[in-house]
Design a protein around this ligand. Structure first.
Ligand SMILES: NCCCNCCCCCC(O)(O)C(F)(F)F
Ligand SMILES: [Zn+2]
Length: 344
């Protein structure tokens, strides 16, 4: 399958994130994409292409223009006050506060458009993020054009980013941008299946009221696992979207058997939905040796995942999300993609 990649991801290299009351080095770092690139190249998974450039309006199909304007201008606003370090939020709008008025104060803006202090914004963040969305749209365009599948090797990740907020290392929701791209280019029904260890709260919230994009996610139970505040099994969609959202929260430490029971149910629902296209939020922090996550998947499971996704026989875009066992992340991603290709 074709792989879309750009060195411009390196423009985003946050220094530190707030973790258990201390500023620690960022887990989401450029080496992650480098290791994935090296592994898919070494294993000859497919041709590696640069992304095409798309208008920012393609991002605004799923993100609020006022949020995107903020992302574009944030670094200049921050440095205009004399700061040179990464920007991290420290005050947020929450229950009972208003969010219809954007504060003039930068810290207020940053808090309005974020939900955690793990997502540093720096000089090259917007450029890297825009390229990440271009990578996802290039993959979608290739698949719409007839490729069976494509892999968007993008960073930073996206599935925690909602219509108008960043968080969980995410700024623009690459998977949601790709899903909407499919919808805007002939697909009537699109599925986003999120197999990252963490619930795709951003993706869920973007499509929650819609029946044309079905969202399913297998993840660590939010009662104990990040992002904590969304991802429960009783979240089934709203309005038009009722029945088109499906969460499979699994207890930290769950067995691979449980994980694949959930995948089996998700596959059944996807088949019943008669989708025209499939977007996979491919996080490999489900890896047994991942430093911040608690599932047990290893190579055999990743190959099996790829094969089961291939059996859906849908035009498919894989979008890179999480995975923090940096040395193994590339191999784990390659195992999914090769499992998919070998089952073709
Ligand atoms: N005590 C809990 C700290 C958790 N820190 C944030 C974890 C973010 C996970 C990000 C991800 O892996 O879901 C993504 F795919 F977006 F990269
Ligand atoms: Zn994750």
């Amino acid at each position: 399958m074709k792989i879309i990649y750009s060195e411009r991801h390196r423009l985003h290299h946050g220094e530190r994130e707030m973790y258990r009351g201390q500023l620690v080095p960022c887990f989401e770092k450029p080496e992650r994409a480098q290791f994935v690139y090296d592994a898919v190249k070494e294993r000859k998974v497919g041709e590696i292409l640069e992304p095409k450039e798309f208008p920012v309006s393609a991002i605004e199909r799923v993100h609020a223009p006022r949020y995107i304007r903020f992302l574009e201008q944030a670094w200049d606003l921050w440095t205009a006050q004399g700061y040179t370090n990464d920007a991290l939020p420290a005050v947020w709008s929450i229950r009972g506060h208003r969010d219809d008025i954007e504060p003039e104060n930068f810290s207020g803006k940053l808090g309005l458009y974020s939900y955690d202090s793990g997502t540093p914004l720096m000089a090259g963040t917007w450029a890297a993020v825009k390229t990440g969305a271009d990578i996802a749209l290039t993959a979608q365009e290739l698949v719409t054009g007839g490729e069976r599948a494509a892999f968007a090797l993008s960073r930073p990740p996206g599935h925690h980013a909602g219509r108008d907020f960043m968080g969980g290392y995410c700024f623009v929701n690459n998977a949601a941008v790709a899903a909407q791209g499919f919808r805007d280019h002939g697909a009537e029904r699109v599925v986003v299946l999120d197999v990252d260890y963490h619930h795709g709260n951003g993706t869920q919230s973007i499509f929650y009221e819609r029946s044309d994009v079905m969202f399913l996610s297998i993840h660590g139970d939010p009662r104990t696992e990040y992002p904590f505040f969304l991802g429960h099994a009783n979240e089934i969609g709203n309005g038009e979207g009722v029945g088109y959202n499906k969460n499979y929260p699994l207890a930290a430490g769950s067995s691979n058997a449980l994980w694949f029971d959930a995948l089996g149910d998700a596959v059944r629902r996807i088949n019943d939905y008669r989708a025209d296209a499939l977007v996979i939020s491919l996080g490999v922090d489900t890896f047994a040796d991942d430093p911040i996550s608690k599932f047990q998947l290893r190579e055999p499971e990743y190959r099996k995942l790829g094969a089961q996704l291939a059996a859906l026989k849908l035009p498919t875009v894989f979008v890179l999300e999480g995975g923090y066992a940096v040395a193994e992340i590339g191999h784990n991603v390659a195992h999914v993609l090769q499992g998919f290709e070998d089952a073709g």
